[in-house]
Design a protein around this ligand. Sequence first.
Ligand SMILES: *Cc1c(COP(=O)(O)O)cnc(C)c1O
Length: 390
Amino acid sequence: MIPYGRQDIDANDIEAVVAVLRSDFLTQGPCVPAFEERVARYCGVDHAVAVNSATSALHIAYRALGLGPGDRLWTSPVTFAATANAALYCGADVDFVDIDPVTCNMSVQALRAKLVSAAAQGTLPRIVAPVHLSGLSAEMDQIGSLSREFGFRVVEDASHAIGGSYRGRPVGTCDFSDITVFSFHPVKIITTGEGGMAMTRDPHLAEAMRLLRSHGITRDPALFEGPNEGPWFYQQLDLGYNYRLTDICAALGVSQMDRLDAFVAARAALADRYDALFAEHCLVLPGRRPDTRSAHHLYVARLPANLHQHHRAIFEGLRVAGVGVNLHYMPIYRHPFYRRLRADWPSLPAAEDYYRSAISLPMFATLTLAEQDFVAETLLALLERHRQGG
Ligand SMILES: *Cc1c(COP(=O)(O)O)cnc(C)c1O
C-alpha cells in the first residue's frame, strides 16, 4: 500500500538522536531550547514553546489567552478534532464557521456574517482558530482585521503548514495572530515522533505557556510570589500540565529542520505534477492563491458534483488497488461525541460538500514519480468507470 503520508528519517537524524541517548540529559537538556531557537529563527518570531504534541500546544495557547468556562472558540469544521477538543479541555464552548469552497479554509465571509449576528446577540467568541488546511494559509490579514473589529484573539492551527508562507512571510511569524501552533507528528512536514510548538511575539503569552507546559511551576525567583525561601525553592503559580518535549525528540526536530525547505520543495513539485496529471480531467484540484505558498502537507482532490454518489466506491477502489487514500476531514460536528454535546448543530453546506467529495492522495517527500503515476492512473481509471455508470 502506498501510504498517504510518511516520514523521512536519514542518517543525520539517527545520529542526532543517538547522541542524546549517550548524553546526560534525556529531557530538559540543551536540545529543547536549541529546537525552539531554530524554529523561532526560521519563522522570524521571538518566542517558541516546544511541547509534546500540537494538541498540547493548542491547549496551552487557549489557556494562555484566558479561554475558560462561559467562553466560546470558533474554528473550521474541516480540521482534526484536536483543534476543537483543546477548547473543550478549557471548559469553553465550541462552534464552527463554514469553509471557503476554493481553499477549503475557514471562509472569511462566513466568519464576518457569524460575527455580526453574534455581536447582536452578545455571543462573540474569545478566540477564533483558523486552520491552514493541507498547508495553505488561511486569509490571515482579513481574519486579523476582523479580530480588531470584533475583539477576539487568534490562534493559527498551522499543524499542516510549517515551511509554508503567506504574503512573503513564513507561517508562524504571527503577523495577524496571537499564537501559531505546529505539529511534528510523523505524517506532518517535519517530525519529532510526537511533538508540537507554539510560536508568539508576546513575551507574556510565551511566559504563561512555559509555565503551563510544566505543571504551572517556576524556579525563576523573578516570578515568585513572596520571599525566596532558599536554593530548593520553587512555586506552583497556575494549574499546568506535564506537556514537556524530551531532548530525544527535540534533537530529531533540530536535525529535521535542516531539511524543512527541501521537504516542502519536494512536496510542491509533487503537487504541481498532480495538478498537471489531472489538468484535463474533471477533478476539483486544491485551491491556490498567488500570495500564499502552501507547505503541501496534503493533496486533496475533490470529485465533481456528478460523481459525489460514487465517492465511497472510488475511495474503496483506490484502497483495493493499493493506494492509501484518506479523508481529511469529516466535519467535526458529525462525530458522536460532538452530537452528544449538541443535537442541533447547523449543517454547514460547504463543509458537507467537501466531505462528500474529498480524497487525500499520497503526498510525502519520498513519493516516487512511478508511485505518483500509479496513483493518478488508478484514480483516473476509476473516474472513467464511474462516469460511465460502471
Ligand atoms: C495533526 C493535527 C493536530 C494534532 O497534532 P498532534 O501533534 O498529533 O497533537 C491538530 N490539528 C491539526 C489540523 C492536525 O492536522
